[in-house]
Design a binder for this molecule. Structure first.
Ligand code: AKG
Length: 260
C-alpha cells in the first residue's frame, strides 16, 4: 500500500492523515486482549492518571524512570509504557510491513522506531480520567530536527464522548511565542491570540483498525472519557534515520530500531 499524492499533500499541509480500516479486526482484538491483561494487573512501567497530572515539565524532559509514582494498588493507568518489549503482538504491530513504506514516504527517510517516546498503550479509563489539553508531543523530546511522526491505532471506537483526538490543522508549521504556552507547555486556551486558531480545530470518530498519523509538532488534545467503557489505543513514534537524538538527553536513554 502506497499513499496517493493527495494523501501525502494532506499530511504535509495539515500535519495529519487518517488511514481508515488499516489493521484487520482480528489483529486489533488480539492486541486489545493482551493490553487488557497488562492493564488489569497494572504491569509496570505504567504512567498513571496522577502521574500524568502532576509530573512537571522538568520531570518529563529529564527523568527516564517510567514507572508510576503513586501506589500501584490505587493507581488508574493512563498508559502502559515500553510496549515494544512487552509482547510479540505489540512488537509485530510496531514493525508492521504494510505501514513501513507509508512512514518512509512521509518521513522522506529510512524509518526508525523511537522506543523512548510514546511506545505505549494509551488509555482513558471510565472511573477516573482527565482532559488532555492542547499540546505538541515534541515539547519534551530532544532531537536534531522535527522529522518525527506518531502512529495512533484505535483499538475500539473513539468519539467525542470517550476522548477522540482533536487537531489544529497546519499548526505543525506555525511558529509560536513562549507566552502562548503555560508552564507545562500546554497551549493556553485563555489567550486571545490562541482562541481564533483553536476555532479551526477538527476531529473525526475513529473505529477499531483506523490509524492516525500525525506530525510531532501538531497541536492536539482530547476530551475526558465520560462513558462507562475504557478508550484504549496503541501509540508509537518513528523518526527519520537522519534525525539524530541529542546525546545525554532523556530521548537518548532508550534504544532505536531501524526498520529496513
Ligand atoms: O488523551 C488522549 O487520549 C490523548 C493523549 C495525548 O495526546 C498524549 O498523551 O500525547
Amino acid at each position: 500500500m502506497i499513499l496517493t499524492q493527495e494523501e501525502v499533500k494532506e499530511f504535509q499541509e495539515n500535519g495529519f492523515l487518517i488511514l481508515r480500516n488499516f489493521l484487520d479486526k482480528e489483529s486489533c482484538e488480539a492486541i486489545l486482549d493482551v493490553a487488557k491483561v497488562h492493564l488489569k494487573h497494572k504491569i509496570e512501567p505504567i504512567e498513571s492518571e496522577i502521574d500524568y497530572l502532576v509530573k512537571s515539565k522538568e520531570y518529563r524532559t529529564h527523568v527516564t524512570d517510567y514507572n508510576s509514582l503513586e501506589e500501584k494498588r490505587i493507581l488508574t493507568p493512563r498508559r502502559l509504557r515500553q510496549v515494544y518489549e512487552r509482547d510479540i503482538l505489540f512488537k509485530e504491530w510496531m514493525e508492521n510491513k504494510k505501514i513501513r513504506p507509508i512512514l518512509k514516504e512521509l518521513l522522506g527517510d529510512e524509518v526508525v522506531i523511537t522506543t523512548a517516546h510514546h511506545n505505549s498503550i494509551m488509555t482513558k479509563m471510565p472511573s477516573k480520567n482527565s482532559v488532555t489539553e492542547w499540546h505538541q508531543d515534541r515539547r519534551y523530546w530532544s532531537y536534531s530536527d522535527d522529522n518525527l511522526i506518531t502512529i495512533w491505532l484505535a483499538l475500539g471506537e473513539e468519539n467525542s464522548q470517550n476522548g477522540v483526538l482533536e487537531f489544529i490543522p497546519k499548526s505543525h508549521k506555525m511558529e509560536f511565542l513562549e507566552e502562548q504556552f503555560d508552564e507545562r507547555d500546554y497551549f493556553r486556551v485563555d489567550k486571545k491570540m490562541n482562541m481564533s486558531l483553536i476555532e479551526t480545530k477538527t476531529s473525526t470518530t475513529l473505529k477499531a483498525g483506523d490509524v492516525v498519523l500525525f506530525h510531532c509538532k501538531l497541536l492536539h488534545r482530547a476530551n475526558a472519557n465520560s462513558t462507562q467503557e475504557p478508550k484504549i489505543s496503541f501509540v508509537y513514534t518513528v523518526k527519520g534515520a537522519n534525525t539524530k537524538v541529542i546525546d545525554g538527553s532523556r530521548s537518548a536513554q532508550y534504544r532505536e530500531i531501524l526498520l529496513d
